[in-house]
Design a protein around this ligand. Sequence first.
Ligand code: C2O
Length: 536
Amino acid sequence: CRIRHYKFNVVMKSTTRLCSTKPIVTVNGQFPGPTLYAREDDNVLVKVVNNVKYNVTIHWHGIRQLRTGWSDGPAYITQCPIQPGQSYVYNFTVTGQRGTLLWHAHILWLRATVHGALVILPKLGVPYPFPKPDKEIVVVLAEWWKSDTEAVINQALQGGLAPNVSDAHTINGHPGPIANCSSEGGFKLPAQSGKTYLLRIINAALNEELFFKIAGHQLTVVEVDATYVKPVKLDTIVIAPGQTTNVLLNANKNSGKYLVAASPFMDSPIAVDNLTATATLHYSGTLSTASTTLTIPPPQNATAVANKFINSLRSLNSKKYPAKVPLKVDHKLFFTVGLGINPCPTCKAGNGSRVVASINNVTFVMPTTALLQAHYFNINGVFTPNFPGNPPHVFNYTGTPPSNLQTTSGTKVYRLSYNSTVELVLQDTGIIAPENHPVHLHGFNFYAVGRGLGNYNPKTDPKKFNLVDPVERNTIGVPTGGWVAIRFRADNPGVWFMHCHLEVHTTWGLKMAFLVDNGKGPNQSLLPPPSDLPKC
Ligand code: C2O
């Protein structure tokens, strides 16, 4: 393994999409940002220099950060922001991980434009557990707003029911020719007949789960969230914000142009950008004036299409890549995730009330000192270790919603001892409306052992858990009106954020943190903070 040095210059860059130009925050002037390459077990050092007027942090989404929580990136959780004119070196080792992940800004909604691919190749000489592709192509899905991102954030902070939705989805930075601006060319995916391509697909969108489909071609899924899966062949995949999916694409046509489509699955029914982003799979030798073979993306709420994909995923669970599902559980946790309504006399929108989001009815309040610092330096009064392991009232999804939709608030963490095992059931409350919540856990991969609709039944559902080859992920969609059960081992000391990866729900408070104590053995403690760690 080796050391990889990167420099991320955070700069404004005037960028044109949908026929209009506006300055956006970027890394090195690129949208999407640069792809960061490393190999398994490499040490990666990224110097982030903040040359914009906003506070910045960068998160390496899915990197476990074993003992190096200081480099994880969520603002006020593991670090104070990098202030304008300041810099910080993120320094981490990619221990035992390989595959596609993403990096993104982790403060307010800055990741709208500050994101990119993180590609971890296997160790030199170690092959993929699937046929070697002829070429690899990164495909970053995201969103584009015509209005200023700052205005979009401020609207979300108001907690009105209708956050500003994006004006287009994008594929590698471009909405594609279907969007209302014909001068938009769109991303061209070059193909040669007979070759196999590995597409590293990333959903970096702020607020939307997306379907991804290519006209006339099947996709063989081989990896999700940088963990290998048993190959499955489908024509449509679904991918939530924060998730990644590697597929093999067999270019089995002689020639032609084929439409690549990224369209919304669903999020809260409140407001969704309906536009489909498009790109073109273009076989070499095909004239650019040739007509494109079109495809019809699934309709917005095509739950069956999504379920087909989600339910088909299994860990590869081979000798070399075994699934290590915890069989014995130390902490059995049940968290409800959903939206509520709190009074807000000062809110401009919403007639004296505002939408909030919560886990176990606690709306998380961001601290002003980073939790990891408070933990490491024993600073009192920043957080309390009393996050509830169960909801305050017995939860019944199919029953009458509680008349009181208010949540409580606080900066609470749930404490875990080193190496203890956790089973966590995440149940969508759907009190205001059914919602889909892609929940992301920092610092760990987990196994998705169960999933169902309606109320989770603690007596019967565990009997159906897959403890043999469940898919391993870092971000999981809690289905609308349903639940998922995950298991993980708390073998990473530090403070680890868990939140909905729909940025609007995070803003409203759908977030919490786990505090994992140090172990007693060697190499079982959080390392000391680096000297350039930003101050609040
Ligand atoms: Cu990809 Cu906490 O985020």
